[in-house]
Ligand binder design. Structure first.
Ligand code: ADP
Ligand code: TRP
Length: 320
């Protein structure tokens, strides 16, 4: 299995990113090959502040390493360090049907709202296809919202292969575990755009305050409650041990507790859960040259693979 995925550096990672994506990338890093990159070229379609993009990119690398991404197992790199991908994108663009891209939701939604859309947003799925094809990836773990882009990738690769001969490996999307849909502090899906996030490496005191402000229902304390449908319990169960989870579930079913206690238990469990990663992060952040070295080594390994595929594709379509 050759695994590849990218994650956009559009801000600091939140629990949804960790439990919904990053944790699963890390579980897959022992595959035959695993390529994980920080998709700064994609982020450039939304982050239009140079200093912020640079900082988010470095932070993303440090965060991923602190959370357990092992550069000896997976190739970790920054998307823009592999220029072969942008060249490959052109080859794919020449055969990309307008209609196919017009149906892609990110662009379509903007268009329907009457908002101006840049060509970069329109061709975003083609860059993503180049990302995937450049490494002969066969398995692409992504959230459900990205499955459409994997289909575009398969379409583009399939028609290139049909016209110019077998060149690209057709990848399969691997939908990330949806049961890990993490609720935000307002009970809706946690998302940067809803301003309801708990960040993975947020200052613990600040995070505790945020947790204490989580919206809860106003039913009397005496009433027993169903744990599984309660967002506070759902958050707790992500960071608690099995024993703590069982104890909390029993407390819910028995009733007679206050949400304040649950919030306090949640903040404590979160500190314990992310504590070791937080300590690793502090060490990594203090050694920026080491991070740069890891990324440079990742980029060199990624470029070796991508230039092979690019050479193959150029030869196939008459450019070489
Ligand atoms: P955001 O814009 O909130 O940072 P993204 O859409 O960039 O989120 O998400 C990156 C990845 O993180 C997605 O592939 C998705 O699988 C995962 N993810 C984001 N939010 C959640 C959530 N609330 N629950 C589960 N997974 C999530
Ligand atoms: N578009 C993806 C997202 O927003 C990030 C991404 C870019 C990606 N290139 C990729 C994911 C290639 C998988 C494969 O989440």
């Amino acid at each position: 299995m050759r695994v590849l995925s990218g994650i956009q550096p559009t801000g600091r990672f939140h629990w949804g990113n960790y439990f919904g994506a990053i944790r699963q990338y890390i579980d897959l890093q022992s595959a035959d090959a695993a390529y994980y990159f920080i998709a700064n070229l994609h982020a450039l379609t939304t982050v239009r502040d140079a200093a912020a993009l640079k900082q988010y990119t470095l932070d993303a690398a440090i965060d991923l390493l602190a959370l357990g991404l092992d550069p000896n197992q997976a190739v970790l790199f920054v998307q823009s360090d592999v220029p072969e991908v942008s060249e490959l994108m052109w080859l794919l663009l020449t055969g990309a049907p307008m209609g196919l891209l017009e149906r892609c939701v990110a662009y379509k939604e903007k268009k329907e709202k009457g908002l101006p859309a840049a060509a970069g947003l329109f061709t975003y799925p083609v860059l993503m296809a180049a990302d995937i094809l450049a490494y002969d990836a066969d398995t692409v773990p992504v959230g459900q919202d990205q499955i459409q882009h994997i289909e575009v990738c398969r379409d583009l690769a399939g028609s290139f292969n049909h016209l110019f001969g077998e060149t690209f490996v057709l990848p399969k999307g691997k939908v990330l575990d949806d049961s890990a849909k993490v609720p935000g502090t307002d009970g809706e899906k946690m998302s940067k755009s809803y301003n309801n996030t708990l960040e993975v490496f947020e200052d613990p005191k600040q995070q505790r305050k945020k947790i204490m402000r989580i919206t809860t229902d106003s039913r009397p304390m005496e009433e027993p409650k169903q744990p599984d449908t309660d967002p506070l319990y759902q958050l707790f169960s992500l960071v608690a041990t099995d024993a703590e989870r069982a104890e909390m579930a029993a407390l819910y079913l028995r009733g007679g507790f206050g949400y304040g206690e649950v919030k306090k238990a949640l903040a404590d469990a979160a500190e314990r859960f992310f504590g070791p990663a937080r300590a690793r992060r502090a060490d990594l952040a203090a050694d920026e040259p080491r991070i740069r070295e890891i990324l440079a080594d990742g980029a060199a390994r990624a470029r070796r693979q991508a230039s092979d595929v690019l050479r193959r594709a150029k030869a196939a379509c008459g450019l070489q």
